[in-house]
Design a protein around this ligand. Structure first.
Ligand code: AMP
Length: 409
């Protein structure tokens, strides 16, 4: 089946056309036929598209609208010259990344009116993302009215966190009245990476398998996975908590924020922008939110770049230690995301000093591993460490197929 995977932001649409079915997924034979992005670039949306054996396409399409973006994506996918399917009827299902499923959605679901209501109910918790995800649904519905659509939630994988991991030390009534708790995000990525680790270790279905997955991109989170289930993760009520990220501060004493708001006379919106947009690697370095730029600057002697990278790696190391404690030991760790997959230096600095936990890198393997699934720890006893390129879109396509395929015996 050909599945159109949509990931809608407030002014962007990422799409992939993926061919998969249950057998292809089982054997890892599923494949991405084409991928693209429609993104607002200063008032004009631009389409970027690529497919194997075809010329890449770049095209301006006027002001960004989700409906127009989906229309454009379908037009390029069916284009006689650069497309990969002759007609949009070839698309058997649409899978959406949906950011917030709250406590209601514990797994992926076929979208119907009730599901739409559930996604709408979560808008208060994800005011930028959930409305965009719904826009994507309506746009696809208009273009492909008879095609089933599936929602795959960023939060769902973490629904197995126990209460002691998801509750804050706040009055319990705030959880009861407003649902203030930790949800965790990046769940589709952590689920994919944990699944790959279990397969690499040949321990699928082992309820005692202890894994730590590190998704390190512009947004970053770590997850403790026991027997295939998330038992803790670093993001919380929102994606702000936890690791230091490109522009987000991660963990912070809330009293420090109150103090800054008083001194700088900041309102809630400004305080939110401070923590979400001007902090993290960007705020610490004063230079960039981009790890590659910081690593290059550090090479040239930029001390603030070094400081930002040090804080990033130290915070992650602390989480790995905490999750080793939560899991009662570690069998394997994975590094994923743009930084995790491509930066030997960050991996090395993060795991430095963790030999006592059985975590060691093979310098040669680590130095050479870039963007490919590979073991980077030495052979022998101790935990194994891997680079695992994540693939959220593939996970979404697989979930979609399994929900829309007729149930078989
Ligand atoms: P993502 O959000 O997963 O696309 O990851 C983006 C982050 O990955 C940015 O901070 C990039 O600088 C970082 N990144 C990509 N390639 C490299 C690389 N070769 N070395 C270090 N960081 C990288």
């Amino acid at each position: 089946m050909k599945v159109l995977v949509l990931n809608c932001g407030s002014s962007s649409l990422k799409f992939q056309l993926i061919e998969t079915d249950e057998a292809m997924a089982r054997e890892g034979r599923d494949r991405t036929l084409a991928k693209g992005l429609v993104e607002d670039a200063g008032g004009t949306a631009v389409l970027h598209y690529e497919a194997e054996g075809k010329k890449p396409v770049r095209d301006a399409i006027g002001a960004f609208q989700h409906r127009k973006a989906v229309e454009k994506a379908l037009a390029v996918l069916t284009d006689p010259e650069n497309g990969v399917i002759p007609h949009k009827d070839e698309i058997g299902a649409v899978g959406h990344r949906v950011v917030h499923g709250g406590e209601q959605f514990q797994s992926s679901v076929l979208i119907d009116d009730q599901v739409i209501e559930g996604i709408e109910a979560m808008i208060a918790l994800a005011p930028l993302h959930n409305p965009a995800n719904l826009q994507g649904y309506y746009a696809a519905k208009a273009e492909l009215p008879d095609v089933p659509q599936v929602a795959v939630f960023d939060t769902a994988f973490h629904h197995t966190m126990p209460r002691e991991a998801y509750l804050y030390g706040l009055p319990y009534s705030l959880y009861q009245r407003f649902g203030i708790r930790r949800f965790g995000f990046h769940g589709t990525s952590h689920r994919f990476v944990a699944g790959r680790l279990a397969a690499l270790l040949k321990r699928e279905g082992d309820s005692g398998l202890r894994l730590i997955t590190c998704h390190l991109g512009n947004g970053a989170s770590a997850c403790a996975v026991l027997g295939g289930k998330s038992i803790d993760t670093s993001m919380g009520f929102t994606p702000l908590e936890g690791l230091v990220m490109g522009t987000r501060c991660g963990d912070l004493d809330p009293a420090a924020l109150l103090f800054i708001m008083g001194r700088e006379e900041l309102g809630a919106a400004e305080a939110s922008a401070l923590m979400n947009k001007h902090s993290g690697l960007l705020g610490l370095s004063g230079l960039s939110n981009d790890m590659r730029t910081l690593l290059e600057a550090e090479e040239k002697g930029n001390e603030r770049a070094r400081l930002a990278i040090d804080v990033f790696c130290y915070r992650l190391r602390k989480y790995i230690g905490a999750y080793a404690a939560a899991l009662g030991g570690v069998d394997a760790i994975a590094f994923a995301g743009g930084i995790g997959e491509n930066s030997p230096a960050v991996r090395e600095r993060t795991l430095r000093g963790l030999e006592g936990l059985g975590l060691k890198l093979d310098p040669k393997r680590n130095g050479e591993a870039k963007g490919k699934e590979e073991q980077i720890s030495p052979e022998g006893p101790g935990a194994r460490v891997f680079v695992v390129p994540t693939n959220e879109e593939l996970m979404i396509a697989r979930d979609t197929v399994s929900l829309v395929s007729p149930v078989r015996d």
